[in-house]
Design a protein. Structure first.
Length: 439
């Protein structure tokens, strides 16, 4: 290291990396099929070997993020004819493969160079770029070099610490995961074929993701539904504020306790929010998807996520606080459970046995006025969601100890009245069209 060298800050290093990404952009004049192939290509892969240079990997991650944003970054790009075109050229497989590679250690295909002469090559792997544990974090940090000769001239006499570069690489990995999950969310909205494609995607190999609080319990990841659950499991046993207070990856365990929300924490929460949005849309009116979510334990994970910060079960103001950063995430989690309950009876029964969950889902569906015993306040609430109806009927039919309370009874009674009115109006409409003889 030269004594006269200038130390680059995080922002300055990011500026250099942005310029390098633009110069090395391989997507110029590519059609949609070629764009998807670029997104799906292995991370930083050169001659079938994983590149260990942090700079190369950052550029690679940021380039993919930009491509996903440009071509799958909005609902307008992901729905209708354009959404079907994306599905047909393999966009769903491409984003799922990226999400897989970010979370799962890459075995065999990309063997670190220091393992090349090892007799145990089959067990050698690169740790994930989005590590879930401190152990994985240290392994990820130790398996990369600062920069290769390819980019040495780009920095000249400027230097930067490996911790700064590693934090940028981790931040870039978070950015890619966020946009990929956002793309899945939008692609699965209104498209049964896209939802089926997520279920049908097969992981390159089966992997066990262990629970943070119980190392004996694990999630077996084999398809796209399991992978979405794995991203929920990544944050299990971390309260909302714990997520927002996550420090930079290069920080030591002896770092001071953080008291304000961090940039990394906000990105992690956005990642969780997009995952919940993808689950909500993927579970919409798709029985086999809902059954798979239930079988891999998603219901329990979402129930914990929604109730982990409740102070008082019956104090409904503590359920979904509009002033909190995680408000949107909680709505999406609740919407996911309601969708699951519609097409999966065991979910409806499980939720119907939990009074605090029923009240929270009612508030999510109909707002504060829905959680009221005053029938006049129920006039403005929306049409009862079939999933919530299934939960309430399960509670009514014996799942809930103590039976329905007045709030639940009022909602079911109002829905019964609404159905009778709708049937009467339909009968009158058909009679006016002379399809039903007058009595």
């Amino acid at each position: 290291m030269s004594t006269g060298a200038c130390q680059l800050s995080v922002d300055e290093l990011n500026d250099v990396l942005t310029r390098l990404e633009i110069v090395e952009d391989p997507s110029t004049n590519c059609n949609l099929n070629e764009i998807v192939q670029l997104i799906e290509a292995p991370f930083g892969c050169v001659d079938n070997e994983r590149c260990e240079c942090i700079i190369c990997n950052i550029i690679n991650l940021q380039s993919r993020t930009r491509l996903v944003k440009c071509h799958m970054g909005s609902m307008a790009q992901c729905r209708g004819a354009r959404g079907e075109e994306l599905r047909e050229v393999g966009a769903i497989s491409a984003v799922l493969n990226n999400l897989w590679r970010l979370m799962v250690p890459q075995l065999n295909q990309w063997v670190p160079r220091h393992h090349k002469n090892s007799t145990n090559v089959a067990n050698a792997s690169y740790p994930p770029l989005l590590p879930s544990s401190a152990k994985d974090l240290l392994l990820t940090h130790s398996n990369f070099t600062l920069q290769c000769a390819k980019h040495h001239k780009s920095f000249g006499e400027h230097i930067f610490s490996d911790s700064v570069a590693f934090d940028i690489m981790h931040s870039s990995a978070l950015d890619l995961a966020v946009v990929c999950l956002g793309a899945l969310r939008d692609l699965s909205c209104g498209s049964a074929l896209s939802r089926s494609a997520i279920l049908e995607w097969a992981s390159p190999f089966t992997v066990n993701i262990h629970y943070r609080c119980n190392s004996d319990k694990c999630l077996v990841v084999q398809n796209g539904i399991h992978l979405l659950c794995a991203y929920i499991l990544r944050y299990h046993e971390l309260n909302w504020e714990d997520i927002l207070l996550l420090g930079e990856c290069s920080s030591s365990s002896a770092a001071p306790i953080l008291t304000s929300y961090t940039d990394r924490g906000k990105k992690e929460l956005r990642l969780l929010t997009n995952t919940l949005g993808a689950i909500r849309n993927t579970s919409h009116s798709t029985p086999d998807v809902c059954q798979t979510f239930f079988e891999c334990g998603l219901t329990d994970l979402l129930v914990w996520r929604l109730t982990s910060d409740l102070v008082n079960v019956l104090d409904l103001s503590t359920n979904i606080d509009n002033t909190r950063y995680w408000r949107e995430a909680k709505y999406r989690a609740a919407g996911s459970l309601i969708n699951l309950a519609e097409k999966c009876p065991p979910v409806a029964y499980q939720l119907g046995s939990d009074r605090r969950m029923i009240l929270q889902l009612i508030e999510t569906w109909g707002g504060a006025h829905a959680v009221s015993t005053d029938s006049k306040k129920l006039k403005g609430i929306p049409l009862l969601h079939l999933g919530l109806a299934a939960i309430l009927h399960a509670a009514k039919n014996g799942a809930l100890n103590g039976g329905l309370d007045d709030v639940m009874k009022n909602i079911l009674e109002k829905e019964t009245i609404r159905k009778k009115r709708a049937q009467r109006n339909e009968h009158d409409r058909k009679r006016q069209m002379n399809k039903i003889p007058s009595e």
